[in-house]
Design a protein around this ligand. Structure first.
Ligand code: ADP
Ligand code: MG
Length: 394
């Protein structure tokens, strides 16, 4: 799960991560009022979307830049009016862009130097990693590729947590000294606490800035949260903005389904992540391309199966469906009932191959056969894959 920059700033305030004062606004008038409240001459108006590269982005109507420095409340209001309700395209949004429905009005600072700073999971080392670079405000992937020597990596033992010496080491690698080091150490520590206590999998500050009055502040924020820990992060879940997410994945999560959209044309509906992976493999092995990963879980209900079907069929690329169920906890007859209900509701018109095995399989097969639905039965995984690939390609 991701959040907006203005929400990240609320977490910064809670955990004591220094960042310029900001107020979110949904209308131009609110933006003007926010600017008056912040009450300083230098302000910045920032489009709020779940994507980076806003500064260099362009709106579909031609207006340039999702981050603008302004000097008066009137100007803030004017710029906010140009951004709100418009679609911003950046290198991270894809060509379709993202609709801006909120802007952040923040106090502008005079930057003397920009850095990159992030904390993330590092699966390779089974620890957390601090990534820092003197090349702030830039695309970090590009820095990693062209000038990897400008990136510092410091691993953090999950049992020990981030140690003060490590913070000082990272600060030194950025060339910071004296009072700036102390401020950086304070900020890194606060950000580490935020990262751990909020179950983040990534916090990225790009840029972390030094100001002309000698302050170290976070000017941007990108957060990823560990979805498996959201059950204990009610405040974080309250920040979720589903309008920013893939609508198919939002619908799937509402029904407790694990769905990932892919580029192929054979939709898969499977119970269990391992079986779902093998199903995608065997489709590919027989010359097909899966349209999605979909795990309906061990004990799916009829409603979940119906929802799964609707999500699958919402993808215009889908030319055929392969249902592969091994009834362990799952009752095959429930799957069969769900398939029929869903097929009737969506008036299914594409090939459907079903492989059922396990608990109550005879009843499931009988239910399908009695339904009058055009279903191709398969005896095993290979048979199922061959049949759906033939149906879609033929
Ligand atoms: P993005 O990464 O999406 O382009 P940022 O928040 O990083 O958005 O903003 C882009 C640039 O705008 C920053 O690199 C920084 O130079 C400038 N900027 C952002 N916030 C402020 C601020 N509060 N004061 C001054 N400059 C800012
Ligand atoms: Mg940035």
């Amino acid at each position: 799960m991701n959040i907006h920059e203005y929400q990240a700033k609320q977490l910064f305030d809670k955990f004591g991560v220094a960042s310029p004062k900001g107020i979110v606004a949904s209308t131009a008038a609110e933006a003007g009022a926010a600017a008056r409240e912040i009450g300083e001459a230098g302000l910045v108006v920032k489009a709020q979307v779940h994507a980076g590269g806003r500064g260099k982005g362009t709106f579909k109507n031609g207006f340039k830049g999702g981050v603008h420095l302004v000097n008066t409340p009137e100007e803030a209001e004017d710029i906010a009016g140009k951004m709100l309700g418009q679609t911003l395209v950046t290198h991270q949004t894809g060509p379709e862009g993202k609709l801006v429905s909120k802007v952040l009005i923040a106090k502008a600072v005079n930057i003397t130097k920009e850095y990159y700073f992030a904390i993330l999971f590092d699966r390779v080392s089974s620890s957390h990693a601090i990534i820092a670079s003197t090349e702030g405000g830039m695309n970090i992937e590009e820095v990693a590729e062209k000038t990897p020597e400008k990136i510092t990596k410091e691993f953090v033992n999950p049992a020990l947590g981030l140690q003060p010496y490590q913070c000082r080491k990272v600060a030194a690698s950025l060339g910071l000294t004296g009072a700036l080091t102390n401020q950086a150490v304070k900020l890194f520590t606060a950000l580490w606490n935020l990262y751990i206590k909020s179950d983040c999998s990534l916090v990225e500050i790009n840029p972390l800035a030094i100001t002309d009055d000698g302050k170290v502040v976070a000017l941007d924020a990108k957060f990823n949260f560990d979805d498996n820990a959201l059950y204990r992060q009610k405040d974080v879940v309250a920040m979720r903005d589903t309008t920013e997410e893939d609508p198919r994945e939002v619908a799937a999560s509402e029904f407790g389904l694990n769905y990932i959209g892919l580029d192929g044309n054979i939709a898969c509906l499977v119970n269990g992540a391992g079986l779902a992976m093998s199903t995608m493999d065997i489709i590919k092995f027989h010359g097909g391309e899966p349209a999605n990963f979909l795990d309906v879980g061990g004990g799916a209900t009829k409603e979940q199966v119906t929802a799964a079907f609707k999500i699958i069929l919402g993808d215009p690329n889908v030319k055929g469906i392969l249902v592969n169920i091994f009834g362990g906890i799952m009752d095959c007859n429930i799957i069969a009932t769900g398939i029929i209900a869903a097929a009737q509701e969506v008036s299914l018109s594409i090939p459907l191959v079903v492989r059922l095995e396990g608990n109550n399989v005879e009843a499931g097969k009988a239910t399908l056969a009695a339904s009058g639905l055009k279903v191709t039965s398969a005896s095993d995984l290979t048979d199922a894959a061959k049949k759906i690939v033939a149906a879609v390609n033929g």
